[in-house]
Design a protein around this ligand. Sequence first.
Ligand SMILES: [Zn+2]
Length: 269
Amino acid sequence: MIRSFPFRLLSIALLLCVIQEDLFGRGAFHPKFAMTISEYHEMVETLPFEVQARIIRDPGHFLDLTAAVLESDILLVRHIDRSNGLSPDYTPNDLVRLREVAPDVPVYASDDRLIESAANALLALVRSAADDGIHLAVSSGFRDYPTQEDVYADHITRFGFRSTVQLVAPPGHSEHQLGTTVDFYPVGRRFNDSPQDRWLNEHAGRYGFSMSYPPDLEHITGYLHESWHYRYLGLPAIHLRDRFFGGVQFHLTEFFHRHGDFLQQVLRQ
Ligand SMILES: [Zn+2]
């Protein structure tokens, strides 16, 4: 029987795990997690094949970075898409006003709030861009549920339902409700390939920000490319996204959506 390449990789990974289990004791093949090998494999096999292949080559590093995300702020990687949303009354509890904590960031939104860690990271990002001669401004930050209802209804009135479905999140399904997400100015195709777009593409990750809707991933994210829409994930999640998830935020947040509760249960404090 000819064994496929992925099967052989899986066999090698199993062997490595057994060796590691001998080192750390049964049920603890990674020092940060009290999970069994079969629990680990059940978790990894739910991921896209290309992500599995990266993890299989370096499972210890994968779990190191996963632990770092869990130990920082799990809310930062909350999975939001068309199927998974937030309740109408969900409001983050540490919102701060950008005009107060980051007065040198131009904000054109009436609601200028973000959670504190995202606001601080945004300030550092905007200052760094300015040092490079790139001027960034914010079109939109936190949006509560009723505001997203207005945005959605207004878009339908102006552009019709079909365009709205491709571009605008329904109420309760917007990353803006997390208080971690900004739209940079100007929103829309004008932003594509602008100096601001190019700068953010190269540097946003260094400040913990992630482009949620990259080009050519509409079939995964459910949204057309939005070059202006960035979500703060924090640096640990950015490292994990880039090292193992092919830079795709959706795969990363979906992983924590499926396995975050289990991982928190088995994480050793
Ligand atoms: Zn947005």
